[in-house]
Design a protein around this ligand. Structure first.
Ligand code: PHE
Ligand code: ZN
Length: 871
């Protein structure tokens, strides 16, 4: 909490530390109600100056000794959040004791209590809530950790690295852990609890045995199999694709219920939000299985991209996050359908990241200033950062990219480095100049590419004229042209790709077919094109840009049926449907027979991957539709989209019914790609069928009752919530709750399906759910399931005309500002979009932002987002 206005931290002010901590010894005494932390730091002067600045927040300082001598308040300066020692020499031993109160820690940063266990979260700046320490990623140290706790209550005591010793004395358990790899404090972790473990083994490529352990609360042991399996596949994949081997004898994962984010890559001891690691067929949906696979891989991959090579400062966050998201996306693509994974990722980027880029919190992938670093764990840093790495991969090719990553890991192992070091390694390994490419990291905003194509039949020549520009964003104007890889293909009337080669073949290869668009305006021409083709641009979503190119309706229908690039095939359908929805909003929509024929050909093509068919037939989300408009009316979008849904459902009712019946075969649940694909199409067909007929509703009811897995049960419940009459919907919800009220992760899904529903998720209903026995303000997953689902999914209720939705969200933000600032700040994102709404809504939203601003003492987290949004 603060009174004065907090100051922004600037990248330009970076200074290397004067002292290194070569060794860090920590002793934790966990007592009921309070914990004491004793540290012994070995200091060595490595830079200019003789001053040591330690960070500390909400700590009680018990004692401090330098080289054995107790210091008094005259010997150091205790600031608000720092402890500074000056006049130091070349090397010292510093001992500090602090007392902290994990039981009272509701921010879930530092050491805190979650249910019956203690756990930590130190990234980005949580370690300073444990003890005074140079809490910055460029100070890397070898940690030894001793933990002392009640032996009966906390039989499991964990920290990073390898176990060294263990004993029990006078009812207290003592354990010591040692991590031989030096690391910054943000990768420190400690867990204490009465946990059950499931073990497995992995033999690395060089033949070392690694013990794999997942620790969970006893009732969850039957939900650990899939994460372990995903972990082993990740370990193998990183060896095969990046040549990276695991480097300790033990790798541990712990599941905790109260966690602000998805998971954390602490060295050798990953801590997971239980929703991102626990699954069994009865309780977890296919989407949850896929999320678990991706996040387990992501955290594991951080062992190299993040831990062995870490960030010099937090402005470099995308160095580890963008690269690691790229790595986990490739892993998921290899494990499942790469096209479907690409569709999911690009669709998320275009919806959420483009919105961030167009709003008040827009920032470059390498920001140059921040007030609170927690606010910068964003889709821009993560997902746009991953897109930049993907473009490098496209430009350099798989082999060149691997040469670059090998050089990067070899050159910087054990160091804290910058994004520039990463790009430099790519450059040096490939002998290519990436100076212009670096702009992707520095310029914020989504580039817009205008495309004109011209075909000259007589000359058999096709020209493509491209123009790029990037809109102004807060603090940035007059942007320079970027290096944009444009992957493309020409489709002949037959539906086949035409072989082409541009007159300017820089970097062009037959397989990759990428144009390198690097100036504000450029024209590329292709000779020997004997018929006028349909031009398929930005295949595979080859760059994170908005494209302005008007395909005709018939060209879009043609691409939806024939484009050999799965991503563009899907996108053609999306563009077509966007057009339908726009017409519907104007009261002018009617599905024509060509549209019906195109959809029919997709649904009846049994040679296609069913997961792909499900995506091809799904309408763009309301959030994405909004994102394609300069200003939008959420209620109009909702109504237009509903009308199109209903018309498609009615026009193809027989197809959907047949598809459902064909795919609704009894089969034992498997979280395998082919089974997941079948279920996704089956459930999509059900959602359309139930919209158009009572037989479909009956089928949904039957599926809801008989399902033996959560994917099918939840899909049926969602259909009933959306299409059945209110009484039936409520009846299904009640039955579901009775069946699952003992399982908190399932209850979260139950909360989400109703609070995110454009049918049920009214402000009245949300208020009722906030009073429900299943709700808990202290648990971030519960807050996300109710308020997050409401504000991000039930858009027509959130944007209700009287502004009640906004008030409800602002009240939640004000309340959480005091207890959990990170969650408060994330939750308020939908309000930051106020400028994009129609004026009547927009002023109501702004008023709520102002009310938050005036509500008293704001955390840095909330202050930063609200103040930037009000500009
Ligand atoms: N570093 C974590 C990840 O990307 C995310 C995280 C950030 C978790 C901050 C907790 C706190 O895997
Ligand atoms: Zn990460």
């Amino acid at each position: 909490m603060r009174d004065a206005q907090p100051k922004a931290i600037q990248l330009a002010d970076y200074q290397a530390p004067a002292y290194e901590v070569t060794d860090t010894h920590l002793k934790f005494e966990l007592n009921d109600g309070y914990t004491q932390v004793h540290s012994v730091l070995t200091l060595k002067q490595v830079g200019d100056g003789n001053e040591l600045v330690l960070n500390g927040q909400d700590l009680e300082l018990l004692s401090i000794r330098l080289d054995g001598n107790e210091l008094t308040t005259d010997d150091y300066v205790l600031g608000d959040e720092t402890l500074t020692l000056s006049g130091l020499g070349a090397s010292h031993t510093l001992e500090i004791s602090t007392q902290i109160y994990p039981e009272k820690n509701t921010a879930l940063e530092g050491l805190y209590r979650s249910g019956g266990m203690y756990c930590t979260q130190c990234e980005a700046e949580g370690f300073r809530r444990i003890t005074y320490y140079p809490d910055r990623p460029d100070v890397m140290s070898v940690f030894t950790t001793e933990i002392i706790a009640d032996a009966e209550q906390f039989p499991v005591l964990l920290s990073n690295g390898n176990p060294v010793s263990e004993k029990t004395e006078d009812g207290k358990k003592h354990v010591v852990w040692h991590d031989p790899h030096k690391k910054p404090a943000y990768l420190f972790a400690l867990v204490a609890g009465d946990l059950q473990v499931r073990d497995d083994h992995f033999t690395t490529c060089s033949g070392r045995e690694v013990l794999l352990r997942i620790f969970v609360e006893p009732q969850n042991v039957d939900k650990t199999e899939y994460a372990l399996d995903a972990l082993k596949r990740s370990m193998r994949w990183d060896e095969e694709v990046y040549g990276r081997e695991y480097d300790l004898d033990i790798f541990m994962i712990v599941a905790v219920d109260d966690f602000n984010m998805g998971a954390m890559e602490n060295k050798g001891l990953n801590i997971f939000n239980s929703s991102c690691v626990l699954a069994n067929p009865a309780t977890a949906t296919d989407a949850a299985y896929q999320r678990i696979e991706a996040i387990v891989a992501h955290e594991y991959f951080h062992n190299w991209s993040g831990n062995r090579v870490t960030c010099r400062d937090w402005f470099q966050l995308s160095l580890k996050e963008g690269f690691t998201v790229f790595r986990d996306a490739c892993f998921s693509a290899d494990m499942n359908s790469s096209t479907v994974k690409r569709i999911e990722d690009a669709s998320m980027l275009r919806t959420v990241q483009f919105a961030e880029d167009g709003g008040p919190m827009a920032h470059p992938v390498q920001p140059d200033s921040y007030i609170e670093i927690s606010n910068f764990y964003t889709v821009t840093i993560y997902e746009k950062g991953a897109e930049i790495v993907r473009m490098l991969h496209k430009i350099l090719g798989a082999e060149g990219f691997r040469k670059g990553s090998d050089l990067y890991f070899e050159r910087h192992d054990g160091q804290a480095v910058t994004i520039n070091d990463f790009v430099q390694a790519m450059e040096d390994a490939n002998g290519v100049d990436l100076s212009q490419f670096r702009l992707w990291y520095k310029q914020s905003g989504t580039p817009v590419v205008e495309v004109l194509t011209q075909y000259d039949h007589a000359a058999e020549r096709l020209t493509i004229n491209l123009r790029q520009s990037t809109p102004d964003t807060p603090g940035q104007t007059n942007k320079k042209p970027l290096w944009i890889p444009v992957q493309l293909g020409f489709i002949a009337h037959s539906g086949e790709d035409i072989e082409v080669r541009p007159d300017q073949p820089d970097f062009w290869t037959e397989e990759s077919q990428v144009l390198h668009f690097r100036e504000a305006e450029q024209t590329f021409s292709f000779g020997g094109v004997i018929e006028e083709p349909v031009v398929s641009l930005f295949r595979d979503f080859s760059a994170p840009v908005r494209i302005n190119y008007q395909h005709s309706q018939s060209a879009l229908r043609f691409m939806l049926q024939h484009d050999s690039d799965g991503f563009n095939r899907w996108d053609a359908g999306q563009q077509l449907m966007l057009h339908w929805i726009e017409l519907a909003e104007k009261g002018r929509f009617k599905l024509v027979k060509e549209d019906i024929a195109a959809l029919h050909s997709v649904i009846s093509d049994e040679s296609l991957d069913p997961a792909m068919v499900a995506y091809l037939l799904a309408l763009p989300s309301e959030a994405y539709i909004a994102e394609t408009r300069k200003s939008y009316d959420p209620v109009a979008i909702h109504n237009g989209r509903e009308q199109v849904l209903s018309e498609v459902a009615e026009a193809l009712i027989e197809d959907f019914k047949a598809c459902y019946e064909r795919l609704n075969v009894p089969a034992e649940y498997q979280p395998a790609p082919a089974d997941m694909a079948r279920r996704s199409l089956k459930n999509l067909a059900l959602s359309y069928w139930a919209r158009a007929s009572s037989d479909g509703i009956e089928a949904a009811k039957a599926q809801f009752k008989s399902a033996d897995n959560m994917t099918d049960q939840m899909a049926a419940l969602r259909v009933l919530v959306t299409c059945a009459d209110q009484a039936e919907a409520q009846e299904a919800l009640n039955a579901f709750y009775e069946q699952w009220k003992h399982d908190s992760l399932v209850v979260n899904q139950w909360l989400t399906v109703q609070c995110g529903s454009s049918r049920l998720g009214s402000p009245d209903h949300i208020e009722k759910m906030l009073e429900h026995e299943a709700f808990d303000w202290r648990n971030p997953n519960k807050v996300r399931s109710v308020i997050g689902a409401f504000a991000n999914q039930a858009l027509c209720h959130f944007h209700s005309e009287n502004g009640r939705g906004y008030r409800l969200l602002a009240d939640a933000v004000i309340r959480l500002n005091a207890s959990n600032p990170q969650i408060a700040s994330r939750l308020l994102t939908p309000l930051t979009r106020w400028k994009r709404l129609v004026p009547s809504q927009s002023h109501l939203m702004k008023a709520e932002l102002q009310r938050i601003m005036d509500s008293g003492s704001l955390s840095k987290d909330v202050y930063e987002v609200v103040s930037k949004s009000l500009v």
